[in-house]
Ligand binder design. Structure first.
Ligand SMILES: Cc1cc2nc3c(=O)[nH]c(=O)nc-3n(C[C@H](O)[C@H](O)[C@H](O)COP(=O)(O)OP(=O)(O)OC[C@H]3O[C@@H](n4cnc5c(N)ncnc54)[C@H](O)[C@@H]3O)c2cc1C
Ligand SMILES: NC(=O)c1ccc[n+]([C@@H]2O[C@H](COP(=O)([O-])OP(=O)(O)OC[C@H]3O[C@@H](n4cnc5c(N)ncnc54)[C@H](O)[C@@H]3O)[C@@H](O)[C@H]2O)c1
Length: 475
């Protein structure tokens, strides 16, 4: 039986970060992956294929928009096979970075097998052999939750795991769930010609955002698809040879459809791991309970990525992975923090979210905070590109410390990046105004918000009146 310094279970974003980091620091590492390829959900069923599909759909959308504007006529339907090829190309290119050879080249033993705990140090592989880990990292990810829906077998069911391989595009699709998976993929599929209805049990989509950020995105999405909130899919029925989805709640109705896409949230992949044999505890949702050091209830076992449910994004899985390398390889007690970890939803317009929302800050601090909001009406690049939606909002404390930074708009995930750096380094928002932005760039919207900070300071100090008087004399 071979003993490793670190055994990593799961070859996705979290597991690959830990395995590569630990091996580069000289640890003997085994990486176990139950599928026959590395990369996990992000590469095969998540971030990468969805962004490639979004890009393909955007091309089609832009084509129709431009044709209309220039008085041209477009014939035919967008080809699903072409869109699928684009997705496959993107996955194949990125797969090279996550190749088995690359990880073997780092000295890692890559083992393609299912893993199961025998105790808190021993792992039974589906091949039959047993390996020992001084430290073990669980990075097994998550899977889509499929809510019970009577008669679901009457129509095609898609999830993020099957959509990119669909033979043909559906004609009429009901999307169960208007979270990021539901919204991003609904918009892409709608732009490729699918008639989409989103059904969400929540009273509104994008509830984690402040209203001024979510509203422009919601309004755009509602132009491209139907969104039924406070509603759920109860069952699927057949009537006169047609299939209907029965929706209950605020928008009760029977809706004809040929495909049901399920994007109703995620469940952690812990089934079959025999966590009880290792003494690893889970919460009510089945997520592995971790301390801030990412140690589980067993000090030598760590959990990273979607399986701990803390911040289910690829970049957060990488962030957690680095923390685990520091703690498991060097014996440190570094604590993970999500305070400066953003997220972006790649709808069109995009959503960018960093730190606290105004709703959250108000709850915590009452009125003891400042908000600097700016729309695109004075950003020449956005005006030139006929962008009428983009908006940015920065929330600070009285001294200018950034508590939250949020935006909606095309490419918002790019033009908001300066604020991630500033917040991470505790820089005052006042400093944005000192930066010179290239003209005309979209990022000027952030600079304009920064200028508001000084305008307010000047006004508060009464200096503006003195200055006005001085300037009038000067003239
Ligand atoms: C449609 C979609 C779009 C997304 N888009 C984005 C995005 O744009 N940006 C972003 O940041 N996040 C995005 N996400 C979220 C992102 O994909 C996940 O947060 C990320 O993949 C989590 O990484 P992970 O390593 O925890 O899990 P995974 O990447 O799922 O990796 C887990 C691995 O463990 C393996 N495994 C499971 N059980 C076992 C076992 N018993 N033995 C051995 N191996 C096992 C699995 O086969 C898998 O390869 C998206 C998700 C979806 C569904
Ligand atoms: N751009 C990105 O970074 C990106 C994109 C996609 C996914 N993700 C990650 O993947 C995770 C999962 O996303 P998701 O959208 O699958 O889950 P989610 O939990 O974020 O959203 C699920 C939605 O489904 C609704 N819902 C749940 N059960 C329902 C039911 N029975 N009927 C109707 N509606 C129901 C919920 O109200 C919710 O709005 C996200 O938390 C995010 O971290 C990130």
């Amino acid at each position: 039986m071979k003993t490793y310094d670190i055994v990593v279970i799961g070859g996705g974003s979290a597991g690959l970060t830990v395995a590569a980091g630990a091996a580069q620091f000289g640890a003997e590492v085994a990486l176990i992956e139950k599928k026959n390829t590395l990369g996990g959900d992000c590469l095969h069923y998540g971030c990468v294929p969805s962004k490639a599909l979004i890009a393909a759909a955007k091309e089609v959308h832009q084509l129709y928009k431009s044709a209309k504007r220039f008085g041209l006529t477009v014939h035919g339907k967008p080809g699903w096979q072409t869109a699928k090829e684009k997705v496959k190309e993107a996955v194949a290119s990125i797969q090279e970075h996550d190749s088995e050879e690359r990880f073997r080249g780092l000295g890692i033993d890559v083992i393609f097998a299912g893993a199961r705990f025998r105790d808190n140090h021993h792992i039974q592989l589906s091949s039959g052999s047993i390996i020992k880990g001084k430290r073990i990292v669980i990075a097994t990810g998550s899977s889509p939750v499929i809510p019970p829906i009577e008669g679901i077998e009457h129509l095609k069911v898609a999830t993020n795991e099957t959509v990119f391989d669909m033979e043909n595009l559906p004609e009429r699709m009901v999307m169960v769930g208007g979270g990021p998976v539901g919204l991003e993929l609904s918009q892409a599929l709608s732009r490729l010609g699918v008639h989409v209805t989103i059904v969400d049990s929540a009273s509104e989509i994008l509830q984690k955002e402040d209203e001024d950020i979510s509203k422009p995105v919601r309004e755009q999405l509602k132009l491209e698809m139907t969104v039924l909130t406070s509603s759920t899919v109860e069952k699927v029925i057949k009537k006169e040879g047609k299939t209907f989805v029965v929706i209950r709640g605020e928008h009760s109705q029977e809706l004809e459809a040929d495909t049901l896409f399920i994007a109703a949230g995620r469940k952690p992949n812990t089934e079959g791991l025999a966590l009880e044999k290792a003494g690893v505890e889970v919460n009510k949702k089945g997520e592995i309970i971790v301390k801030e050091t990412l140690q589980t209830s067993q000090a030598n076992i760590y959990a990273a990525g979607d399986v701990n449910g803390a911040f289910p994004f690829t970049h957060a899985a990488g962030h957690e992975g680095k923390t685990i390398v520091a703690n498991a390889v060097f014996g440190l007690k570094r604590k993970v923090s999500y305070e400066n970890v953003p997220w972006a939803f790649y709808t069109d317009p995009e959503i960018f979210h960093l730190g606290k929302t105004e709703k959250e800050v108000r709850k915590e601090k009452g009125r003891d905070y400042r908000v600097y909001s700016m729309d695109c009406s004075r950003v020449d690049r956005m005006i030139a590109e006929q962008d009428k939606l983009s908006v940015v909002k920065v929330i600070t404390d009285k001294k200018g410390k950034i508590l939250g930074a949020h935006a909606a708009g095309g490419h918002a995930s790019d033009w908001m990046q300066q604020l991630i750096y500033m917040k991470t380094n505790d820089d005052s928002f006042s400093k944005v105004s000192n930066s010179v932005y290239p003209y005309p760039s979209r990022g000027e919207i952030v600079k304009n918000a920064g200028d508001l900070y000084w305008r307010e300071k000047l006004f508060e100090s009464g200096l503006s009146k003195v200055m006005a008087k001085y300037v009038s004399l000067f003239r």
